[in-house]
Design a protein. Structure first.
Length: 342
């Protein structure tokens, strides 16, 4: 079966096209260019922190064509196995692969089989009910809320988390890309105080990349060891001094353990992008996050809009290892956690 793939591999050279997906940070449209625009030299594509060669692109096209009867999910899993596209814990990146295949399909690079529709496709709309889950006003001191608990969002509470983000966060609720964890922050009495979302990092940010000091190959290999705080919401009914910075400090202690449990490895660096037109990043500064500079405009997920201005963001990072920068440049950063203080 596999041999049939490689026997046909070079017969498809004439129909190769190249996808040049720009960094979402630059707030630009993704585009497709013909081989002729590259003087006959096919360029690789970069997606979700991995570079795919033209040969691998042809293999994807072959898989989509010859195994259409298996369905998109099985095609994605098969491609991951052949290309050894895995997380550090050994699990296949079939979700990211499926998203890549769907984008290649939309761009006309390959053809996927028809979907077997079992329900609504695409992002699920968030039903906002003005009277449901209205938060009660909370005033007082941190001590009165103890013990604070960072609780991973269970499936039964997912709708509540999404509704709160949609109602009260200025960016609204969007489907996270790739690896992610969602949290409630609850008081000792069980009151919901805050919501957090940690996701895959921005692909490229000049200030962050300069601070780490890595090259493009090192970034491609080790980007997954960075986790992005893409949503942080203190409910508007909560007025407790120092709560935000306390939550960030405790998140930095708990997240690496939860991330390891879910994805098989511990991150080395946390990052976030703060809209400078709205906020100053006071809570991040109070929690000892490091301010690195500003973006050129846009962010990794929320600025994939076709039109409009992309606001400048303030870049903050928080190292989870004393030598996070060196480890992110190393060949095997996972060894960093043999001794975090080494």
């Amino acid at each position: 079966m596999i041999s049939r793939f490689f026997s046909n591999l070079w017969t498809n050279l004439a129909s190769w096209v190249t996808v040049d997906w720009l960094n979402p940070m630059e707030c630009t449209q993704r585009r497709i260019t013909d081989l002729s625009s590259h003087d006959g030299a096919a360029a690789p594509i970069i997606y979700s922190g991995r570079s795919f060669s033209p040969e691998e692109l042809v293999l994807m096209r072959q898989a989509a064509s010859e195994y259409a009867s298996l369905g998109i999910t099985e095609i994605a899993r098969t491609i991951c196995e052949w290309l050894d596209w895995k997380r550090p814990n050994g699990r296949l990146k079939n979700h990211e692969c499926r998203l890549l295949l769907e984008r290649l399909h939309r761009q006309g690079i390959l053809k996927l089989p028809p979907l077997h529709r079992s329900g609504r496709r695409g992002p699920r709309p968030v039903a906002v009910e003005s009277s449901s889950h209205d938060p009660m006003p909370i005033h007082g001191s941190l001590a009165e809320l103890e013990p604070l608990r960072l609780v991973l969002v269970e499936k039964s509470e997912s709708a509540v988390w999404r509704q709160l983000i949609q109602r009260f966060h200025y960016l609204g609720c969007r489907t996270p890309f790739g690896a992610h964890l969602r949290y409630f922050v609850k008081s000792g009495a069980g009151q919901i105080l805050a919501c957090l979302l940690w996701t895959s990092p921005a692909w490229k940010m000049a200030a962050r990349d300069a601070w780490i000091g890595w090259n493009s190959q090192q970034r491609t290999r080790n980007l997954q060891y960075i986790v992005n705080n893409s949503r942080f919401l203190i409910l508007p009914s909560v007025h407790v001094k120092g709560l935000a910075s306390t939550i960030l400090a405790r998140s930095a202690r708990q997240l690496p353990q939860d991330w390891r449990q879910h994805y098989g490895y511990s991150p080395l660096l946390l990052e976030t992008l703060v809209d400078g037109s709205r906020f100053k990043g006071t809570s991040y500064r109070a929690a000892n996050w490091i301010y690195l500079g500003k973006t050129a405009g846009g962010n990794r997920n929320d600025r994939l809009r076709n039109n409009g201005h992309c606001p400048v963001k303030l870049i903050f990072v928080f190292p989870l290892h004393r030598r996070a920068q060196q480890r992110l440049r190393s060949f095997e950063p996972a060894h960093a956690w043999s001794n975090p203080d080494e």
